[in-house]
Ligand binder design. Structure first.
Ligand SMILES: [Zn+2]
Ligand SMILES: [Zn+2]
Length: 285
């Protein structure tokens, strides 16, 4: 399905997509305002490089995630080896699917090594695009830490100056504007509060995904599968980083544009039912 259809057809995908594309540029505008920082000279130039790098990192990861195809379309119908590999059947797709592939009711398709559905991208996070998801999460968190570090001082100063006017402007901006009581920095305050809440939410997401990042077990498996199933696919954090970011994993996390081939096509994992299938990363050792 085309990316814009995936987003357009699901109200939650569309809502989160719009929220992100309004909030992120607004937060970028806030942190890149020259009067919002105490920097000047070389520090100001460095600050501009940092903010632009973070903006490009966030949006390049997001759009790589939006445009990626994590489904087994390319391999599921071309190979008829479900018997030798012990693949199971997806009753909804009415097709065989590799181990660790799960069906997404939002995307209406099976996804290889499915982790979860990301509403911000309107796409599932699976084997082929996990790199972009973790990149998006990390750089969004980093950008928000940086933004809050820069803007909290402004927020505190303004709030201390006239806390009642700030509160009224926040909770009743239209009446406050009508009677001329809207705080002059209302929009700046509003965006800095958004970035503070966004940082809290991003910290929660990092906490949510940290266990699967460290263990190599996907969020879907974490929630649905038995302990014995999970143990088959447990890897260390470094092996999992190789699996997520590919062969060039020590540098690939820096930018989604750094080429880094993945270890397999996402259909093969070590599995006790069939010892002949070894993980491609182990073959390379
Ligand atoms: Zn399916
Ligand atoms: Zn999905």
């Amino acid at each position: 399905m085309l990316w814009w259809k995936r987003i357009w057809r699901q109200p939650m995908n569309l809502f989160m997509f719009i929220v992100f594309h309004i909030a992120a540029p607004a937060i970028y505008w806030l942190v890149s305002r020259e009067d919002a920082t105490l920097f000047d000279g070389d520090w100001l130039r460095f600050h501009k490089i940092v903010t632009n790098f973070l903006l490009v990192s966030v949006f390049s990861n997001l759009w790589k995630l939006i445009l990626s195809d994590p489904t087994p379309r390319k391999i599921i119908f071309t190979e008829n080896d479900h018997i030798t590999k012990g693949w199971d059947v997806c009753n909804t797709c009415e097709a065989y699917r590799p181990h660790r592939a799960h069906h997404c009711v939002t995307c209406r398709v099976c996804v290889l090594k499915r982790d979860h559905h990301c509403y911000f991208a309107g796409n599932c996070v699976g084997y082929s695009n996990a790199r972009y998801f973790y990149g998006l999460l990390f750089f969004t968190w980093l950008a928000l830490v940086y933004t809050n570090f820069i803007t909290l001082e402004f927020l505190f100063k303004t709030t201390l100056l006239n806390p009642i006017q700030v509160l009224v402007s926040f909770f009743a901006p239209i009446p406050a504007a009508l009677v001329g009581y809207l705080h002059e920095d209302f929009f700046v305050l509003f965006v800095s509060t958004i970035s503070l809440f966004a940082l809290g939410y991003t910290c929660y997401l990092i906490f949510l995904h940290s266990e699967s990042f460290v263990s190599g077990i996907t969020l879907t498996e974490m929630n649905r599968e038995k302990e014995s199933y999970k143990e088959r696919y447990r890897t260390g954090v470094f092996q999992n980083m190789r699996e997520i970011f590919g062969l060039n994993w020590p540098v690939a996390w820096i930018s989604p544009f750094i080429p880094s081939p993945l270890l397999s096509d996402g259909s093969q994992f070590p599995h006790p039912k069939n010892n002949r299938i070894t993980h491609s990363s182990r073959q390379r050792k």
